[in-house]
Design a protein around this ligand. Structure first.
Ligand code: ADP
Ligand code: MG
Length: 719
């Protein structure tokens, strides 16, 4: 791999944060953890610090009476100290480290709203002069509710009331981490700003949308140290968009480079006669939908092409993606290659294994499974079979990308529920072979702009048609108070032999968050139902051992249990066709796409299904909108667009779980226009100047380096 020199002009920015005054080894480590989040080796550098942007501006200028303040918000308010405890006593030894607790009364026209101010591990010599009984103070911080009492833990500011003006009116809020204090962070960022060199601009200003954006340097200065307050918001927006565009463009360029250097002409033209897929289709108990046929044709054309396949198979839950993947695997086996399917969970991998083995027999496919649970001789046999080519298809979890797994000739990598995996994991599977074709599957319908943001020019096959006979699901939202009606209804259904799920949000009871745990609900449902039906209640949750989970799923599938109390482990892909009721408890806590995924577990047969969304009143505006959207639509694409409006893209894609965030600055719903623009910009640029040797190309290399797209640069240097 070619070594890529960093441009000299950028060197100052890539010095470790410890070059800044006041940053010793401890702070450096804390900053590295905060800024790099484990994605790059420490230490964090000045550019990492400068690209750490404020997420909000808080307004402390408005002082409100304590009794009018809303918990969960930053408030600035005047108070009088009533009692103090914990200030005296030993700093060390027994009795030390007791929190300091101060009760205060709000100072507003005779109102009696009070709260408690708490300091943990506080230095009494700092607190004692300030907090005296009767003292009048202005404090600013986040008001919280703790056991029904108002509390402010470690106020951001606490000053004598006559010095309230010393509290800054507006302040930037940065994402924080352990060992990093807000004031210190602001200080080191300001100290890093002068290291920014003036760089040649890489923006193509002939695009009208980019014409008036500031330079990167000016944008960063405005964002970190520019004046705040409503009047300056208009200067911040172009600055933010400048950064957003740079970030998106660097990503799009990287993708365009990958396409140019490792996809185009980098595939194997596979010889496919189609016999094995035909045998497979012949053996199916149903006919393929025309969407499935079309997707299979598209994939087959990719396999035969000399470009590498990078295709996304999008289809709503239950649309039959697994089968399409299996057809591609049969084609690949025919051409002498092996296929691997990686699923995000054990439950799902086992289910795929069943499907693939069952339907694959007709095509003579030798299918194996590999997860963390396969041990000893069986595991070794699978590893051997993969290495010598006896196995055509392997299904598994993350275990597939681990070291001991080698393939004789891996030709096709299929990633199910692709958004659950990080980019690195997806690439790792492809790296187990050479010229591996990639098929990513998702049931989360991703709006076009996001597909672009993630993949650039990704080919997409859509299963926009469900297998025949599927009926829309009757969905209703009910407040928790209607619980006993819901149980009665479930009981009547069970009497008729109907099966259903009862979904709960959390496993263990937690004192802090009052959510029903699955275990608790399992118990109450069993005691609420008559004995014969109580015996037919099952339980499955993420904390159970894998074989217990399997047993619970198998009992439910076989009808030994009829009501399955579950946490979100059933969310992805689980297929029990005759389950037709779903109750989702605390539905207001789930995201829209998650609700849709969950609901997709029912409505698979030809019987009308019912989904009951139990919510805790009162509903916030967003939760209300979500539940309404669920009631009004069964269409995953419509729901995904709605979800994108209602929440940020990170959550929609589930990237928060997988620890991979596409954007730090840009916002996929706010900056859709920039994504589209950067996409075109990058494509045209790489088409004209793939090695980025022209003047603008050289400037763009700086951009790639700033946003740490080293992998793409290396690809270009070696290509
Ligand atoms: P997805 O992964 O897209 O959510 P699955 O692949 O799990 O969907 O398929 C859902 C169910 O539909 C499975 O039981 C599968 O066997 C079945 N199925 C797939 N294709 C068809 C079809 N063309 N006709 C009828 N049933 C189908
Ligand atoms: Mg699936």
């Amino acid at each position: 791999m070619a070594y890529v020199m960093r441009d000299d002009r950028l060197e100052p920015l890539f010095r470790p944060v410890s070059v800044l005054p006041g940053v010793g080894p401890k702070v450096e480590a804390a900053l590295s953890a905060l800024l790099l989040r484990g994605t790059l080796p420490p230490p964090a550098t000045l550019i990492d610090l400068l690209l750490h942007l404020p997420v909000a501006v808080i307004d402390r200028s408005l002082r409100i009476p304590l009794d009018a303040a809303e918990p969960g918000r930053v408030v600035t308010t005047d108070v009088r100290v009533e009692t103090i405890s914990g200030l005296q006593g030993p700093r060390y030894g027994k009795g030390a480290r007791r929190p300091v607790r101060i009760t205060v009364e709000g100072l507003s026209n005779g109102s009696r709203g009070g709260m408690e101010i708490v300091y943990f591990n506080a230095r009494s010599e700092w607190l004692a002069p300030l907090y005296e009984v009767g003292a009048e103070l202005t404090v600013s911080g986040t008001l919280e509710l703790w056991n029904g009492h108002r509390q402010m833990v470690h106020p951001d500011y606490a000053v004598p009331r006559d010095q309230a003006h010393s509290i800054p009116a507006f302040e930037r809020i940065y994402p924080m981490g352990a060992g990093v204090a807000p004031k210190m962070l602001r200080k080191v960022i300001a100290a890093a700003l002068p290291a920014l060199p003036a760089l040649p601009d890489w923006l193509d200003r002939s695009y009208p949308g980019l014409r008036d954006l500031p330079s990167l340097k000016d944008a960063l200065i405005t964002i970190h140290t520019g004046d705040l307050g409503a009047a300056q918001a208009s200067a911040r927006e172009p600055a933010r968009r400048r950064l957003a565009y740079d970030e998106i463009l660097s990503g799009q360029l990287a993708l365009a480079l990958i396409r140019h250097f490792s996809i185009t002409g980098q595939g194997v033209s596979r010889q496919i006669s189609g016999d094995r897929a035909a045998a497979l289709i012949e053996g199916l108990p149903f006919a393929l939908t025309s969407a499935q046929k079309r997707a299979h044709e598209e994939i087959r054309a990719d396999l035969a092409s000399k470009d590498r396949m990078v295709r996304l198979l999008q289809g709503d839950v239950g649309a039959g993606k697994t089968l399409v993947a299996l057809l591609a695997m049969a084609d690949v086996a025919q051409s002498g290659g092996q296929s691997a399917l990686m699923a995000p969970t054990e439950v799902l991998a086992r289910q795929h294994f069943q499907t693939l083995s069952e339907f694959g027999t007709a095509a003579d496919l030798r299918v194996a499974i590999l997860t963390g649970r396969e041990k000893g001789k069986a595991r070794q046999e699978t590893l051997d079979g993969l290495a010598d080519g006896r196995i055509d298809v392997v299904v598994g979890t993350h275990a597939l990308i681990q070291d001991p797994v080698t393939f004789h000739n891996l030709a096709l990598a299929v990633i199910d529920e692709q958004h659950r995996f990080g980019v690195a994991q997806r690439l790792k599977l492809s790296d187990k072979g050479s010229h591996v074709d990639l098929l990513a599957m998702t049931a989360t319908p991703i709006p076009r702009t996001l597909v672009m943001a993630w993949y650039g020019d990704l080919d997409v096959s859509k299963l926009d048609e469900k297998p025949p006979g599927r009926k829309p699901i009757d969905t209703r939202a009910l407040p928790m108070e209607r619980m006993s009606d819901v149980i009665a209804r479930f009981e009547a259904a069970m009497r008729q032999g109907i099966k259903g799920y009862w979904i709960c949000p959390l496993v263990e009871d937690s004192e802090l968050i009052d959510l029903t745990s699955a275990e608790e609900r399992y118990k109450t449902l069993r005691s609420a139902l008559p004995a014969d039906l109580a015996a037919k209640v099952g339980l499955v949750h993420g904390q159970m051992k894998a074989d217990q989970k399997d047993a619970a799923m198998a009992d439910f599938k076989a009808g030994k249990t009829q009501l399955l109390v579950a946490t979100t482990v059933v969310e992805v892909g689980v297929d029990v066709r005759d389950a037709t009721i779903m109750v989702i408890e605390h539905a207001e806590r789930f995201g829209l796409s998650q609700l849709h995924q969950l609901r997709g577990r029912i409505g698979r047969g030809d019987v009308l299904s019912t989904c009951l969304l139990l919510y805790q009143a009162p509903l916030g505006a967003t939760s209300k909108a979500r539940l309404e959207a669920m009631r009004d639509s069964n269409d995953g694409f419509i729901l995904a667009e709605r979800d994108l409006e209602l929440r940020g893209a990170g959550e929609l894609l589930g990237t928060r779980q997988s620890g991979f965030q596409q954007f730090g600055v840009a916002d996929a719903s706010l900056d859709q226009d920039l994504i589209a623009l950067a996409h075109d910009d990058a494509r045209l640029t790489i088409a004209k100047d793939p090695h980025l040797r022209g003047d603008r190309g050289k400037a763009l290399q700086l951009l790639l380096q700033l946003f740490r797209r080293e992998a793409a640069i290396r690809l270009m240097a070696s290509g």
